[in-house]
Design a protein. Structure first.
Length: 97
């Protein structure tokens, strides 16, 4: 019976810390694998740009007109494609309450 609290603590630790981290790593791997020319992305350094070319593990980001940066594919943090519908910041119409 003295091992039950240790097993329960490990189970809680797994559910709270390890499993979400594995999920984030899997999502990042999928993102990096699906990067293509034309995607609007942000790197982990906070640089926004549009992918102009993908060469293996290297991505060319166009950050301004006639200015491209060469970055590692793994440094891409998020994708900001413009084909997704915009969410309104504030509700439209009067607020009743």
């Amino acid at each position: 019976m003295s091992f039950l609290p240790i097993v329960l603590m490990f189970g809680v630790l797994y559910m709270v810390m390890i499993r979400p981290q594995q999920k984030r790593a899997r999502e990042h791997r999928d993102l990096v694998g699906s990067i293509a020319a034309g995607d609007e992305v942000v790197t982990t350094a906070g640089i926004f740009g549009v992918v102009s070319e993908v060469e293996g593990e290297v991505v060319w980001l166009e950050v301004a007109k006639d200015l491209e940066l060469k970055v590692l594919k793994g440094t891409v943090d998020r994708r900001f494609n413009t084909d997704e519908p915009d969410q309104p910041d504030e509700p439209e119409g009067p607020i009743e309450g």
